[in-house]
Design a protein around this ligand. Sequence first.
Ligand SMILES: Cc1cc2nc3c(=O)[nH]c(=O)nc-3n(C[C@H](O)[C@H](O)[C@H](O)COP(=O)(O)OP(=O)(O)OC[C@H]3O[C@@H](n4cnc5c(N)ncnc54)[C@H](O)[C@@H]3O)c2cc1C
Length: 520
Amino acid sequence: MIRRVLPHDLGRGLLTRRPGTRRGGFSLGKVEDDRGHCGSGLSPTSDCVSFRTRNHGPHWQDNWDGKVSEIKKKIKSILPGRSCDLLQDTSHLPPEHSDVVIVGGGVLGLSVAYWLKKLESRRGAIRVLVVERDHTYSQASTGLSVGGICQQFSLPENIQLSLFSASFLRNINEYLAVVDAPPLDLRFSPSGYLLLASEKDAAAMESNVKVQRQVGAKISLMSPDQLRNKFPWINTEGVALASYGMEDEGWFDPWCLLQGLRRKVQSLGVLFCQGEVTRFVSSSQRMLTTDDKAVVLKRIHKVHVKMDCSLEYQPVECAIVVNAAGAWSAQIAALAGIGEGPPGTLQGTKLPVEPRKRYVYVWHCPQGPGLETPLVADTSGAYFRREGLGSNYLGGRSPTEQEEPDPANLEVDHDFFQDNVWPHLALRIPAFETLKVQSAWAGYYDYNTFDQNGVVGPHPLVANMYFATGFSGHGLQQAPGVGRAVAEMILKGRFQTIDLSPFLFTRFYLGEKIQENNII
Ligand SMILES: Cc1cc2nc3c(=O)[nH]c(=O)nc-3n(C[C@H](O)[C@H](O)[C@H](O)COP(=O)(O)OP(=O)(O)OC[C@H]3O[C@@H](n4cnc5c(N)ncnc54)[C@H](O)[C@@H]3O)c2cc1C
């Protein structure tokens, strides 16, 4: 019912009505924010520096730069304190307008940017801005992940996404090549995933493998005897069945993928800005659904970007906002008013994505399994894989709901390994009795508490906000396919290659879980 009232291509209309973005027209000292306030002088003036510099010839730029440097000198000479620099370079400021603003420059945001440029009707047709608050990515899930890709999901959509990603990663230098730049080396280890099931879970594993094979994944089932033969270092006690991926599974360097995407989208003309999205300026319209229920439709017109280390913000007028803020995407949804309504209504339905802290431990074990070792996920939920060539391994275990750690910071709980990970690992791989932990880190899953699956496509009421979030531990490997799906939805108004409509936001309101059972 809601879907009929609110067509998916609502946002596209705006985009096509205003295909280009205005340049120039940004006059000195006349920057108005959306509340009609004039800029305070210093920063808007310097905003203009960056805009004018872009829009005029080099001679003009020399003059202007000379003047700015003179003014800077004067200000410095009359102010106390030597390090004070009020007229900083502001060429990092976002533009006044962008057709699409992507919040979050992690792997999902960059993938959406990449596919928007790849699928645009003609080169330069759409202006895309990626806003990322931390260019060091110190807390971003992408860089803190363990880089795994597998096909052993329970849902066909997740399998299709990962199959596409495997082919994208295999041909990475066709997709992400940049003239005169060295080729990317993802350091892909095609070692497969080995999932172990107890008696209780064996039937579910068998039916999952059926689906995986139907969709095209090459997965074999192994009895405990077959398992012992192939991997003699495994203790098969309590294992009833195992599934093993023979193609398109393993792990790669997530940082390399992130940097490769960044480099490529920059070469395609995507703009970047270091700043934090803190506010949306929207308009609202009351409408009646076909069954006479009142709903409020919203449209975002401007995104406020607060600049790094500054109280200044820059409003960016836009047609579409993509929420790719990972573990923080519920905050971005809330800024757009999503979830601010009576409970039980579509308007009152929040984006159910939250940060969940996950530990990764790295250990050394000279007697551990050799180079053929796949990523092993034990019946207990503990997992490990090799890390490099020197008898190093990494692994962990997702905590139960009761064990969930406080996500306030990324400190590592070493007792968690001692009490909840190591005993399981040592039972399964007796050689790990003697392992020695060397280091550890923690990162946030972008955890969808509703059904541990991604949220993709437009919001039904804030019709120009699109989601690419909530992948709960498998977002890295699915980023290539998800970015393409979101770009298709924005540009064509529908999913064209992989139908991800089960991942639409509306399911949260309708209570339609599409549970993914194989989250490690
Ligand atoms: C320990 C661990 C292991 C994992 N292992 C795997 C794995 O093996 N395979 C797999 O596929 N996935 C794995 N994942 C999950 C995967 O890392 C994530 O699903 C994926 O990286 C999400 O990408 P993203 O771009 O949405 O999020 P991020 O990489 O977190 O990027 C989101 C960005 O948004 C920015 N941001 C947030 N709010 C704002 C704002 N207001 N303004 C501007 N910027 C903002 C943040 O700074 C951040 O950089 C793992 C995750 C963790 C934590």
